[in-house]
Design a protein around this ligand. Structure first.
Ligand SMILES: [Mn+2]
Length: 308
């Protein structure tokens, strides 16, 4: 099942909502997604609470609650939710939906991303929620790295955000694996160090075949019962891929990403996949859009063959 989330209000720049539409348009032109059921997380956004510590948090909360319901329903009906979202804050809803459908699961996370997304309203300079996704899912505040002093209303919403789906601390820090993480802030690197979270660097992945890398990643999550794979477009090398909010050089190449994602998705424990942060507004000659579309094509073919 394809679940779309056309929202970009968790990001610093608008435009990634159009990335969802661009990918769906290409998929419908080629017919590759014709047989798959599609659900759109439609959320009517009213004027919601926002603060400099957590921008648009009330509306992002409502969006993620909807994503949670859709992902949960998809898993409960025995389908494989393939989420295409605008910005990465929606993954708070995705992870919540998986845990709601499978409360006893020990959920492993493979986060292919240039960024750690481990900020909180206490540590974020920007207040952009797409940089707080994993901290929210871990139930962390990280007050040890206090940078700001959020107001009570922000914190009330942050508590609700962490508890979407009815449970806080949905994942364990040791059950996260980063791939090609390379643009970190000190508040995040302290958490990564504290919890010993594994990152497979671009140099490491270039030194081995994707098959080897895939098995090392899965080996790292061997104690998990289920796995969620999340692909942020900014994991791609920023020197060739501009169509995302925060491109960073020295990232994964499109061919490497397609091969790696194909291998990981074939593992039966992988029960959900998300593609996010494609921003056509920043793209040059549709280069990034085409790269991410190839990835979607690959994912759909694996899902059709082995998941549905
Ligand atoms: Mn991200």
């Amino acid at each position: 099942m394809i679940i779309t989330v056309r929202s970009d209000i968790g990001a610093g720049f608008r435009g990634s909502a159009e990335g969802v539409t661009a990918l769906l348009d290409l998929a419908s032109k080629s017919g590759i997604a014709d047989q798959l059921e599609k659900r759109d997380c439609v959320v009517t956004l009213a004027e919601g609470f926002s603060s400099i510590y957590a921008k648009n948090i009330e509306n992002v909360l409502h969006i993620c609650e909807t994503v949670c319901i859709e992902v949960c329903a998809s898993l409960r009906s025995g389908q494989f939710p393939l989420v295409i979202s605008g910005d990465h804050s929606s993954a708070v809803g995705t992870i919540a939906g998986i845990k709601k459908a499978k409360p006893k699961a020990r959920l492993g996370i493979i986060w292919i991303d240039a960024h750690a997304d481990l900020h909180t309203p206490f540590t974020s300079h920007s207040g952009n929620l797409h940089g707080m996704t994993l901290a929210a899912s871990l139930g962390l505040d990280n007050r040890a790295c206090l940078l700001r002093d959020p107001d009570k209303m922000t914190l009330d919403f942050w508590e609700r955000f962490k508890c979407i789906g009815g449970q806080s601390e949905k994942i364990r820090s040791t059950d996260i694996v980063y791939v090609t993480l390379r643009d970190l802030e000190v508040q995040e690197s302290q958490l990564i160090k504290k919890y010993g979270i594994r990152n497979f660097t671009t140099e490491e992945l270039r030194g081995m075949k994707e098959k080897v890398l895939g098995s090392l990643i899965l080996e790292q999550l061997k104690d998990c019962t289920d796995i969620y794979l999340s692909f942020d477009t900014d994991s791609l090398d920023g020197s060739i891929s501009k169509g995302t909010g925060l491109p960073v050089d020295n990232g994964i190449l499109p061919t490497e990403a397609v091969a790696l994602i194909g291998i990981i998705l074939e593992d039966p424990k992988v029960i959900c996949f998300e593609i996010t942060e494609l921003n056509p507004g920043f793209d040059v000659n549709d280069a990034t859009t085409n790269m991410v579309y190839h990835l979607l094509e690959k994912a759909l073919s694996v899902v059709k063959e082995s998941k549905e």
